[in-house]
Design a protein around this ligand. Structure first.
Ligand SMILES: [Fe+2]
Length: 319
């Protein structure tokens, strides 16, 4: 979506606004009241206090001007590159929290307005920082156990997917940072419109216990469609991965039900990495179970040559 109207209001979670609030004391905050947006009366020095009071009244979101949302994106980016982020006195918990808050903010803006150059740039930085934090940990399992509480479950799964995918890509002769970035962007964008509850429904669907509502069924194609209009910002392979991330080689996936031979190697590596991260999550990150999980993947995806190659590479990584 192209944004023409600078008076446009953007919904922002109060909890995330608070993380970056120090720099935004002067921004206007609006609340929807009976179908209209009402500007809150506040003084700058009480900005955070007012947001906290709203939280106490169980208000989760406020509305801010589009221009201010752009400033917040720029500030979140700054925070991830700031001295404070790298300062040895900054504990890892805080770094994870900042990366997670930046993700929530950018997700909210992309979800309402589509991507632009700044939001894509921020996504790339978020991924780089998250990967660095993960690789500094003794293992991905230690990372997950330690940072579960500082990070949303969906974001944790995205960065875990990207970490696993990066190791799997390394097993192929065409490996490169550029290819990894294409996959990582897909992972951060593929579920941008879904809520926590939607993820729970997808898990139930996988077990045959739920029917997918339309908005979940169509999220891969809908998000991909929006990104196709921004081809200069997002690589085509990233968009293809997003379109295919819930497909299965037997044609029983969604939204299109495409068959095994239609997947390219990078998309199949992405799907295998994402599913492995999901299975690890479901088995409460019990590393001992990793080969059992591979068997589950083989049953579901092993009928296709490209998926088989991706699974073989994953086995090499975890052996
Ligand atoms: Fe998805």
């Amino acid at each position: 979506m192209e944004v023409e109207n600078k008076d446009l209001l953007v919904k922002m979670a109060i909890s995330k606004l608070i993380v970056f609030a120090e720099k935004f004391k002067g921004i206007e905050v609006h609340l929807p009241v009976s179908g209209r947006y009402v500007k809150l009366n506040y003084s700058e020095d009480q900005f955070i206090e007012i947001l906290r009071k709203l939280q106490q009244k169980e208000v989760e979101d406020v509305y801010i001007h589009y221009d201010d949302s752009e400033k917040i994106i720029a500030h979140a980016h700054e925070q991830l590159g700031a001295k404070a982020f790298y300062d040895p006195k900054t504990v890892d918990e805080q770094r994870v929290e900042t990366v997670n808050a930046a993700m929530e903010v950018v997700k909210s803006v992309i979800n309402q307005l589509g991507v632009n150059a700044e939001t894509v740039k921020l996504l790339k930085t978020i991924n780089t920082r998250a990967m660095a934090l993960l690789s500094e940990s003794p293992s991905i399992f230690a990372f997950v156990k330690r940072f579960k509480k500082n990070c949303s479950e969906e974001f944790l799964l995205s960065i875990l997917t990207n970490y696993i995918m990066s190791l799997v890509i390394d097993q192929f002769p065409w490996k490169s940072d550029q290819v990894k970035e294409k996959g990582s962007l897909a992972s951060l964008l593929c579920d941008v419109s879904l809520t926590k509850e939607d993820f729970a429904v997808i898990r139930e669907w996988r077990l045959g216990k739920a029917v997918l509502p339309d908005h979940i069924k169509k999220h891969p194609s809908k998000i991909a469609e929006g990104l196709k209009r921004k081809r200069n910002l997002v690589p085509l392979e990233t968009i293809t991965i997003i379109e295919q991330h819930h497909e299965l080689p037997d044609g029983r996936g969604f939204p299109y039900g495409i068959q095994g031979h239609r997947f390219n190697q990078l998309a199949s590596i992405f799907i295998i990495s994402q599913q492995f991260a999901e299975l690890l999550h479901e088995s409460t990150y019990d590393y001992e179970k990793r080969f059992e999980l591979i068997e589950v993947l083989k049953l579901k995806y092993g009928s296709s040559k490209t998926f088989e190659k991706a699974i073989e590479a994953l086995v090499t990584v975890i052996t």
